[in-house]
Design a protein around this ligand. Sequence first.
Ligand code: SF4
Length: 157
Amino acid sequence: MTSTGKSPWLIHYDAASCNGCDIEVLACLTPMYDIERFGIINTGNPKHADLFLVTGSVNEQNINVVRQIYEQMPDPKVVIACGICACTGGVFRDCYNIYGGVDSAIPVDVYAPGCAIRPEAIIDAVVVGLGILEERRAALDAGAALDAGAALDPKEA
Ligand code: SF4
């Protein structure tokens, strides 16, 4: 496991949540659930984040914000949809201004349903996300090694 794998940072964005799921995300940061035991820090800066944790559905007002946060995050990155609204639009999916779940704006890696999602389910989703992050980091590193090898290959010169 890489050093960043041991201390991944996450950014949490409340899309069109009713705040129910957000309270559960906050519960994960308390000593009772203590998500920091995995080395995770909740950052407000997408450029420092490895995990993008979204609550609530995507609508006309927030779709560009969701996309901008995602685009500012460095690769590799993992997106976790927290709660049924983030997974599908949930109870808001038929509202006039709702596009749907987070995957209506950006690719989602982990779907964690629930209304409201329980802290244990959030932590499970984050642990799954960490596995995906490690795989992507290894693939990127392997790609970088291949690129470096190709550049050093005298036959290529
Ligand atoms: S899944 Fe339930 S608790 Fe979470 S944002 Fe939607 S309505 Fe609120």
